[in-house]
Design a protein around this ligand. Structure first.
Ligand code: NDP
Length: 284
């Protein structure tokens, strides 16, 4: 019997716990606050930003957003980041990607203070993750780890195959899985004989951005399938990177799209903002 992993339900539970935690720390005078920067008017980003605002409101996290014109210069963007770094009332800073091509996103991520880097993209935080030290873990990989914990899926000694090596999903996942004693294989667009790898996976995590790419012939019976992909079909329907309808008959566990990994990403962002607020107020 296949278990459909319910990310929506798990994320709601986490959000309720965070709401209580937020009320608790407010009693100690800690008011968590997130600043979100968006450059240009990418429609998908607008939806993501709106959802982040909603989640903050629900949990009790204060929220500020900066919508910058797409023509903004790198200097002005960095100036804003530095202002936010210097503000005591802001605990977390998030730069929504993508940003226009004339801007250097890596420099911008580097300028966000590591203590306020709630997305976990700063090289210092990525380094700590690789060294298995406490840090801000990038939200999607962190959300996936929470799903494993919630469904008692133990990574110890398991063969995890990751499709995709992006800085925000695939690469941090390597460290997250390795830190839990998995044996990790990473595949990407240049990988030869992909199916030979995917078929060996006890746990297959797919983050490539190609609708219904993973077919049931590509997986081992009973494997855990985590689908990170968010794609829109011509009819406007959301779909993952995994051919859910067919793969679900073979998998042991599988995440749906929507309602799997997506809601976990926002929940873990909220978690990171509260963590940042706590850490920044530790010695007060
Ligand atoms: P990127 O486009 O940054 O990276 C895609 C990765 O997939 C690359 O490493 C690329 O390889 C690899 N790839 C592409 N085609 C193939 C292929 N045919 N076989 C094997 N590997 C391939 O994507 P992201 O990591 O940012 O996002 C991936 C997906 O996850 C997207 O659909 C995105 O919308 C979604 N997403 C969902 C989130 C959520 O909260 N659920 C959060 C973030 C992303 P190469 O490096 O060689 O180019």
């Amino acid at each position: 019997m296949t278990t459909i992993i319910n990310g929506k339900k798990v994320s709601q539970k986490i959000r309720e716990e965070l709401k209580e935690e937020c009320e608790e720390i407010k009693k100690q005078g800690i008011i968590p606050k997130l600043a979100v920067i968006m450059v240009g008017d990418n429609p998908a980003s607008k939806v993501y930003v709106r959802n982040k605002n909603k989640a903050c409101q629900e949990i009790g996290i204060e929220y500020e957003e900066y919508f910058l014109k797409s023509e903004i210069t790198q200097e002005k963007l960095i100036e804003l980041i530095e202002d936010l770094n210097n503000r005591k009332d802001i605990n977390g800073i998030l730069l929504q990607s993508p940003i226009p091509n004339h801007l250097d996103i890596n420099e911008a991520f580097r300028k966000i203070s590591p203590e306020k880097d709630v997305d976990g993209f700063h090289p210092a935080n990525v380094g700590k993750l690789i060294l298995n030290q406490d840090t801000f873990v990038s939200c999607t990989p962190y959300g996936i780890m929470k799903l494993f914990a919630e469904y008692n899926i133990d990574l110890n000694g398991k063969h995890v195959v990751i499709l995709g090596r992006s800085n925000i999903v695939g690469k941090p996942l390597i460290a997250c899985c390795l830190n839990r004693n998995a044996t990790v294989t990473v595949c990407h667009s240049k990988t030869e004989n992909l199916e030979e790898h995917t078929k060996k996976a006890d746990i297959l995590i797919v983050a490539i951005g190609k609708a219904n790419f993973v077919k049931k012939e590509m997986i081992k019976d009973g494997a855990v399938i985590i689908d990170v992909g968010i794609n829109r079909t011509d009819e406007g329907k959301l779909t993952g990177d995994v051919d859910f309808e067919n793969v679900k008959d073979v998998a042991g566990y599988i995440t749906p799209v929507p309602g799997g990994v997506g809601p976990m990403t926002i929940a873990m962002l909220m978690n990171n903002v509260i963590k940042a607020a706590r850490l920044q107020n530790k010695n007060n």
